[in-house]
Every structure is written in structure tokens, then in C-alpha cells.
Design a protein around this ligand. Structure first.
Ligand code: COA
Length: 177
């Protein structure tokens, strides 16, 4: 964590976030999602999408936290109100990615800390996250005290993907770090 700065994203971060987003997808999801989808990912398209989201404060995906090192973004987390209308878990961690080279240094934990602080600022004190069933990184959420909730199948870009949810009924301990 030395010299890593965790902060809220601005629209100027769109390209850096897109770079981490696409790199982490290629590093993590090869074999879990179709090659066709992964090979078609474009940093430029993602950057444009992030620009739109970060420019629009009413977008459900507007809130992003980044981890920066020497001016470069090496990780980010995206969060907001839970999107499916769950009555018990009101906040959602939509995505969290740290470049492989920077994993295992506590950056993920710090990003979740800032995310949960952001949710608490909106008076949201519970959170869930969806993770691909086969994603080996799901243990990260268990390390942070996430409890298995349920499974679902989604249609993602024409592919059926199986996911499981982890939940925290009280995110205060995560926000305290
Ligand atoms: C998952 C991810 C965000 C974690 O970030 P990180 O910076 O590597 O995690 P940290 O170093 O902060 O680790 C926090 C805790 O989780 C544990 N952990 C992290 N990754 C783990 C893994 N793959 N298996 C088991 N435990 C893991 C760490 O041991 C640590 O536990 P501790 O604090 O009790 O020692 C990051 O590895 C990543 O981007 N992975 C690829 C993308 C991905 O799958 N994202 C999640 C999509 S839903």
C-alpha cells in the first residue's frame, strides 16, 4: 500500500479506469467468458462509457473509487444503490478490479473501505456483490466477512453466466478498516 492513493474518481480518470477495467477482464475472465467477447473489448469504448457515467451524477453507476500510484490508476471500485430491489441489502458493489501486478498488497481492502464509507454517507449500511461462480477471486469477499446469499443466472452479452452473491448486513466494520 506504500504510495497508493485511494480517492473518489473524476471524469478525468475515465481512460485510466477503462485501462484497468479491460486489462483486469482479460487477466481474470479468459476461460470464464467467451473469447469472442473478451477479444472484442475496447479500452476506447470503455473510456467513453466511463466518461458518460462520471459526467452524469444521476447515473446509477456514477460512484467510482480509484487507487492511484504515481499518477496512474492501478485499481478501481464501482458502487451504488442495489439494483434488483433486494429488501435486505441496500448497497451494491458493482465491480472491483486491481491490476494483477498490484494484487495482494491490500489495495482491494482499501477500495472496499472507501466504498463502504461512501455508502454510509448515503445512509446505506448493508451491501451485496455478485461474482461469477467460477471466479477464483471470490475468496476475497469471504476474507472481508461476506456471507453467501444466493445464486442467479444472467444473460450477459448473449452469454448465460452463473453468479453468486455475497452480502454484508452491516458494513460499518469494513468502513472502519
Ligand atoms: C479481488 C481483488 C479486487 C482483490 O484485491 P487485492 O488488492 O488483491 O486484495 P487485498 O490484497 O486487499 O486482499 C484482502 C484480503 O483478501 C484476501 N484475498 C484476496 N484475493 C484472494 C484470493 N484470490 N483468494 C483468497 N483470498 C484472497 C487476501 O488474502 C486478504 O486477506 P487478509 O486481509 O485477511 O490477509 C483483486 O485481486 C482483483 O482485481 N482480482 C481480479 C478481478 C476480480 O475477480 N474482481 C472481482 C470481480 S467480482
Amino acid at each position: 500500500m506504500k504510495s497508493i492513493l485511494i480517492r473518489d474518481a473524476t471524469v478525468e480518470d475515465a481512460s485510466g479506469i477503462a485501462h484497468v477495467h479491460v486489462s483486469a477482464w482479460l487477466e481474470t475472465y479468459r476461460g470464464l467468458m467467451s473469447d469472442e467477447f473478451l477479444d472484442g473489448l475496447s479500452v476506447e469504448q470503455r473510456a467513453n462509457r466511463w466518461k458518460q457515467i462520471l459526467n452524469n451524477s444521476s447515473d446509477a453507476y456514477h460512484r467510482v473509487v480509484v487507487a492511484g500510484k504515481d499518477g496512474d490508476i492501478v485499481g478501481f471500485a464501482n458502487y451504488g444503490k442495489e439494483q434488483s430491489g433486494d429488501s435486505d441489502f441496500l448497497g451494491e458493489l458493482f465491480a472491483i478490479y486491481v491490476l494483477k501486478k498490484f494484487q495482494g498488497q491490500g489495495i482491494g481492502r482499501e477500495l472496499v473501505k472507501r466504498v463502504t464509507q461512501g455508502l454510509l454517507e448515503q445512509e446505506i449500511s448493508s451491501m451485496l456483490v455478485w461474482v461469477l461462480m467460477e471466479n477464483p477471486y471470490q475468496r476475497f469477499y469471504e476474507s472481508l466477512g461476506g456471507v453467501y446469499l444466493r445464486e442467479r443466472t444472467i444473460d450477459f452479452a448473449g452469454e448465460l453466466l452463473h453468479e453468486k452473491a455475497y452480502g454484508w448486513t452491516d458494513i460499518c466494520p469494513l468502513a472502519e478498516g
